[in-house]
Design a protein around this ligand. Structure first.
Ligand code: BMA
Length: 339
């Protein structure tokens, strides 16, 4: 198999555990999971689909917190080791560009991406229907909302960590206002992070049974020498409801609407008690990944059963080998995605 490297910064203090000898999957769980359990702060009953990044000499994160009135918001958290987290008991105060409070009525499934010296939070909120919200910060003290990129209905948006061809890139998943029984991943471009266009189809639900209902982008794509490594969720339907597994694909480096390879098999599926049992059973929902370019290690953060946060590990080589071994292309995937 071809040698695969992460293109990016080293991260010496990435959390890590070696793969257990009895594991035959490319992704393995942290033995101390879940890393965030129920009711971590007063007023919040569950923290799950959440995103983290290195910051100063430790880590910072944005956490989906389900308040005790059932409404989700985004909370800030920090950690020295990316495993043990202190989560603020106040939700993040978003402002408009004059510094006045500008809060959505709810906010969930945040992603966190650093581009140059700015950090962007991207989430789902109400804007006359389920839509994508966005804010920027440089210091994690003030959080300025920027224009919502799209009309409703849309969810699961995540930025690429750098411009490609001089444009910011955003993956998203057009949806409906409910539990969306369909959904493909699209990519859009912007010169200024305000006006978005050149929308292209990246990939859709597939003929693989574990992802035959809908898919949605998870972590910010990871740059490698062979393309962008995308972690996403794939959903199937059962007589007891949806099951969310994790999938992975490699997108073309310069034209990421083209899929180079896509794993036919899931990389992680609900198996443990904290993934199979909770507020919504059978959900593994990735929202972030830390990576170390020196060792190729990747630490994946994922929501478990809409109840808690799990951590899992892989290496870029092992995951890309797994993707390429079983790669399938659905019709049109290798194309630009323009009609
Ligand atoms: C999706 C989103 C996620 C959630 C998942 C499973 O539609 O709302 O936040 O984890 O459903 O309930």
């Amino acid at each position: 198999m071809r040698k695969v490297n992460i293109i990016g910064e080293p991260l010496k203090n990435i959390p890590w555990q070696e793969k257990p000898g009895n594991c035959n999957m490319p992704v393995w769980r942290y033995a101390g999971n879940p890393i965030i359990r129920r009711s971590p702060v007063p007023g919040v009953s569950r923290v799950f689909n959440s995103a983290v990044l290195p910051y100063d000499d430790g880590f910072i994160g944005v956490f989906r917190g389900e308040q005790t009135d059932g409404i989700p918001f985004i909370y800030l958290g920090s950690s020295k080791d990316a495993v043990n987290w202190d989560i603020n008991s106040h939700k993040i105060l978003f402002t408009d560009d004059k510094g006045e409070p500008f809060m959505p009525s709810y906010a969930y499934d945040p992603r966190l991406v650093k581009i140059d010296e700015k950090y962007y939070i991207i989430w789902c909120q109400d804007a006359y229907g389920a839509a994508i919200g966005m804010a920027e910060t440089t210091d994690f003290r003030t959080f300025k909302r920027i224009e919502n990129p799209f009309l409703p209905f849309n969810r699961n948006a995540v930025l690429f960590p750098r411009k490609v061809g001089g444009r910011y890139l955003l993956l998203s998943r057009p949806s409906d206002s409910g539990h969306t029984p369909f959904g493909d991943i699209f990519i859009s471009e912007s010169k200024d992070m305000e006006y978005w266009g050149h929308h292209r189809h990246v990939m859709g639900k597939s003929s693989n049974w574990w992802e035959n209902v809908k898919i949605g982008a998870g972590a910010a794509p990871i740059e490698t020498n062979i393309g962008w490594l995308l972690l996403y969720h794939g959903v199937t339907g059962t007589c007891n409801g949806y099951v969310y597994s994790m999938g992975a694909a490699i997108l073309d480096k310069n034209e990421p609407s083209k899929v180079i390879a896509r794993s036919r098999r899931f990389i992680l599926t609900p198996e443990t008690e904290y993934e199979e049992r909770g507020f919504v059973p059978n959900v593994c929902f990735p929202c972030a990944a830390l990576c170390d370019s020196d060792t190729g290690r990747i630490a994946i953060y994922y929501g478990c059963a809409d109840t808690c946060v799990g951590l899992a590990f892989t290496t870029v080589q092992e995951l890309c080998d797994y993707i390429m071994e079983s790669s399938v292309s659905e019709p049109g995937e290798r194309e630009e995605g323009k009609k």
